[in-house]
Write a protein that binds this ligand. Structure first.
Ligand SMILES: Nc1ncnc2c1ncn2[C@@H]1O[C@H](COP(=O)(O)OP(=O)(O)OP(=O)(O)O)[C@@H](O)[C@H]1O
Ligand SMILES: [Mg+2]
Length: 349
């Protein structure tokens, strides 16, 4: 009980923290032979100092493209950020030059990329890759640089770091590579860490240690984390708020407890229902029926309608709608039918 109360207080105090990143109506498109893919289509959210915001959603919903857009690392062509604002330290990052972004990346905003094999350069040793960020941003050289590389590798539990730092990425296991990428991400104690599924290839013990390290850094430096994950256990344990993405948009955002206890959008409800429970005796695991819409052919209005048990009305499917705040800090992007407040909702035949 005491724990629950103190957790509540902690969340409340984070809610009052200053906003350090504000993403407004972000739109990132890809020009492909199938047409224009609206991978991120009007995403808005705030990130507060010291908080952890989880981003969840099916594969292809736009989680990685959102984070790459913040870092301005979207492969171009075919990708282009075509609209919106990314405000950090009272400046719009989208107006910064490449040179200015280079000094922000890695030091103030760092990212742990989703795939450690592509994040690491195969022709450079681990020491060069961990050392590069420390050298560029902290100006470390010689013995100081060597010691810091070892310290970072120790922090992420790489055994025998003096030897492993001489290896090339292909000589490490998948889990070790992921930890090296994690070490690079946190090496300069950034203000914001974007972690794109940073623990998928770690075993449970190493995962717990790595999450503890992130929490410690957060407590020490007030680092904010944008944590992209498919693991609802991590969301519950580690995150303050959660944003649910579907087909290029955030459909629901709010405090973790509120979203888990009171999900309003049918997609969020489906995602939570899909998490297997040890207590239930079931023959078949639940999965949300159907597929997300093709991102080059999304309707103007409700994107989730074809996957619902009850169809949305024509007005909801064809017309744009705004995100609404249904509880304090709990926002839903669902159409009126999805929120069960539409008088014209029809039943599926
Ligand atoms: N280089 C690219 N060229 C064309 N389309 C792309 C490219 N990168 C991403 N996309 C499009 O953007 C959409 C969103 O991709 P993104 O990588 O953000 O998904 P995700 O939510 O991170 O999925 P996952 O959980 O599998 O990592 C994809 O469905 C794809 O259509
Ligand atoms: Mg991804």
């Amino acid at each position: 009980m005491v724990n629950k109360e103190s957790k509540k207080k902690k969340i409340k105090s984070k809610a009052n923290q200053e906003t350090i990143l504000s993403v407004k109506d972000l739109q990132t498109h890809f020009e492909t032979k199938w047409g224009l893919i609206k991978a991120v289509d009007g995403v808005s959210f705030d990130l507060k100092k010291g908080e952890t915001l989880a981003v969840v959603g099916e594969s292809g919903s736009g989680k990685s493209v959102t984070s790459l857009s913040i870092m301005q690392l979207v492969p171009s062509p075919p990708g282009h950020i075509v609209g919106g604002e990314i405000n950090f330290e009272s400046e719009n990052l989208l107006k910064k030059s490449d040179r200015e972004m280079q000094s922000i990346r890695g030091s103030k905003i760092a990212m742990i990329l989703q795939d450690p094999m592509t994040a690491l350069n195969p022709v450079f040793k681990i020491s060069d890759q961990v050392g590069e960020t420390l050298n560029i941003h902290k100006k470390l050289k010689g013995k100081k640089l060597y010691n810091s590389i070892i310290e970072m590798l120790k922090k992420v539990n790489i055994p025998d770091p003096e030897e492993r730092m001489k290896d090339y990425p292909h000589q490490l296991s998948g889990g070790m590579r992921q930890r090296v990428v994690g070490a690079i991400g946190v090496s300069c104690s950034p203000t914001i860490l974007i972690a794109d599924e940073p623990t998928t290839s770690l075993d449970a013990t190493i995962q717990a240690q790595y999450l503890r390290l992130l929490k410690d850094l957060q407590d020490e430096f007030g680092m904010a984390i944008l944590f992209i994950t498919h693991d609802f256990g991590i969301v519950a344990k580690m995150c303050d708020r959660v944003a649910v993405m579907y087909a290029g948009r955030i459909v629901e955002i709010g405090e973790v407890r509120e979203i888990f206890n009171n999900p309003r959008h049918p997609y969020t409800q489906g995602l939570i229902k899909s998490v297997p429970s040890m207590d239930e005796d079931i023959d078949r695991l639940y999965s949300i029926p159907g597929q997300p819409p093709a991102l080059w052919d999304v309707p103007d209005g409700c994107r989730f309608s074809p996957r619902k048990e009850t169809s949305c009305c024509d007005e909801c499917v064809n017309n744009k709608y705004e995100m609404v705040e249904v509880e304090d800090g709990h926002w839903v992007d669902g159409c009126k039918c999805c929120q069960n407040i539409c008088s014209s909702q029809k039943s599926k035949k």
